[in-house]
Ligand binder design. Structure first.
Ligand code: ADP
Length: 517
């Protein structure tokens, strides 16, 4: 059993080509040779790494996975120091000495993705400034702030999905067709529902793909070739009054569908082939898509563009937080992080971004209910296969020096993504925010710090005087619970209103301000 598992685990993307070598074209042979050379180059780089010591003191739900990786790779588990420090919880601002001596699997600031309203705010902003690059994000309204906008734009022919702010794993999510069905008293997002998803075996499914960031400067990002697909457990129908409340038809969350009587726990060996499980590999889905007549390369390119656009917009926020926390020692830190992208394909094969998870599940057990009603945990073969690949290669890759990484097209199961790291309007806003806050562990601006803007040339007018800054500040923070402070989201809104009141183009205004300090 152990041996069989081992065989399937060691699938190398390069070995797969061997069987086809007789039938391939010359160009493919060249490609194969190149990838084999890359492979050797990568192996040599990896061999240079000594046996890795992994500190598991702060591991949480992922302990089992990390221990499996330690055994499989001949690494060493340690409880003090070590080469890699694995954090099961988000970054803590008080304790970050290890970031200078060890590789740590978190970037400060990434938890901005933890709440649906916050991450939707960012994605909405990204879409507002780069509409062509962000048309993969379903139109989203943040409630209660944007309830008026939603009511104006609402169309009775459409379906919407409401998601509570703090929820996860499908908790509290419901579909809406009628305006009166919205519970406006809670903090949530309302999103346009993608009502014609691509179906396999008549079921809706979504993809969890893994993206690794190993450095911000240079910006090094990779996508894993493997991933997971999570299936619904009831045949899909277009939303109507009768099926609207059926979560097993509309929500693909595994934690939810495992409660369905139709749930199928596939724990066979052929997880890379087409099978009938409620959770399957991305490889298996790609084979299915090919049979259904979709062009996998085309789907992959669209997914890449979506992820690249997202990573481009994310960079200034991460860079700002790193600078804020590590200050002058920012170049010494060795953070890396794996993000989980939840993607839904529609019937045309177009990918839609549902969510980005900064803390994707690394559990490799599946809960099975015994006849006595008690639950026991069994290792899920598919979770082990995918997550060992994703996390094992992430650790090895993160430890390759940045200069060498820059030369690599990828490493093992990871393919490099070419993300444009040039300045965007968000970098300019962040720069200004940093300047006003003083870059000193302050995530918020006070009114007096915000008012510093009025000292710059052309930042007041006959209709917008110095004291109007305080009024604008108060108006913007009115709805927040953080009484006297403005966060970066609110600052973006404030800048937009400021440019409007001063009758200036926002980007020109930012350029002028940033040149002046
Ligand atoms: P959670 O974090 O609670 O899992 P998600 O945003 O991932 O919340 O939504 C849960 C599920 O609902 C998704 O996995 C997907 O199946 C479905 N879903 C979410 N948003 C949409 C949408 N805009 N269109 C269609 N289905 C959606």
């Amino acid at each position: 059993m152990q041996q069989q598992q081992q065989q399937t685990h060691d699938i190398s993307p390069w070995n797969e080509n061997n069987d086809d070598i007789k039938t391939v074209t010359e160009q493919q042979v060249d490609e194969f040779k190149t990838s084999y050379e890359d492979f050797q180059q990568q192996q040599n780089l990896y061999k240079k790494q000594k046996s890795i010591k992994v500190n598991t003191t702060n591991c949480r739900g992922e302990t089992r996975l990390i221990r499996k990786l330690i055994v499989k790779n001949n690494w060493k588990e340690v409880f003090n120091d070590g080469d890699v420090c694995w954090l099961g919880l988000p970054f803590k601002y008080q304790n970050f000495e290890e970031y200078f001596t060890q590789y740590v699997n978190r970037f400060p600031g990434m938890d901005l993705l933890a709440h649906k309203t916050q991450s939707s705010f960012y994605l909405n902003k990204f879409a507002q400034y780069f509409p062509d690059e962000y048309e993969f994000f379903p139109k989203t309204y943040i409630i209660p702030d944007e309830i008026d906008k939603f009511q104006q734009e609402y169309k009775s022919t459409r379906t919407y999905i409401a998601k509570p702010d703090a929820g996860s794993q499908g908790d509290g999510i419901y579909l809406i067709k009628k305006l009166k069905d919205i519970k406006t008293n809670e903090s949530m997002v309302i999103q346009q529902y993608i009502s014609k998803p691509l179906l396999i075996d008549k079921k809706k499914f979504d993809l969890r793909l893994y993206v690794l960031i190993t450095s911000l400067d240079p910006y090094l990002c990779y996508i894993n070739k493997e991933g997971l697909a999570r299936f619904c457990t009831v045949d899909y129908e277009q939303p109507n009054d009768k099926n609207l409340r059926n979560p097993f038809m509309h929500l693909t969350n595994y934690s939810l569908n495992k409660k369905s009587t139709n749930f199928q726990f596939y724990n066979g060996k052929n997880i890379l082939d087409i099978n009938e499980g409620t959770k399957r590999t991305y490889s298996s889905i790609q084979k299915n898509l090919e049979i259904l007549g979709y062009n996998n390369q085309d789907v992959e390119n669209q997914i890449d563009s979506l992820i690249v656009a997202y990573l481009k917009s994310l960079l200034p926020f991460l860079a700002f937080n790193q600078k804020l926390v590590f200050q002058k020692r920012v170049a010494e830190v060795k953070c890396f992080q794996v993000l989980g992208f939840d993607i839904l394909l529609d019937e045309k094969g177009k990918p839609w971004l549902l969510e980005v998870n900064s803390n994707p599940s690394l559990q490799i057990e599946h809960e099975v209910y015994a006849t006595n009603g008690k639950s026991v945990f069994e290792e899920s073969y598919i979770d082990s296969y995918v997550k060992e690949l994703v996390m094992g290669d992430a650790i090895k890759l993160a430890m390759i020096p940045k200069e060498d990484q820059e030369e690599l097209p990828g490493f093992q199961s990871y393919r490099k993504l070419d993300v444009d790291a040039t300045e965007t309007i968000f970098s300019k806003m962040m720069q200004l925010y940093g300047f006003l806050s003083g870059y000193k562990f302050q995530e918020y601006l006070t009114s007096s710090k915000f008012q510093k803007l009025s000292n710059f040339p052309q930042m007041t007018s006959q209709t917008f005087l110095k004291h109007d800054y305080d009024l604008l500040f108060r108006k913007i923070i009115l709805k927040s619970c953080n009484n006297n402070q403005m966060d970066f989201f609110q600052f973006i809104n404030a800048l937009e209103q400021l440019a409007n009141r001063l009758n200036q183009d926002l980007e020109e205004m930012l350029d002028r301000l940033n040149q002046n300090f």
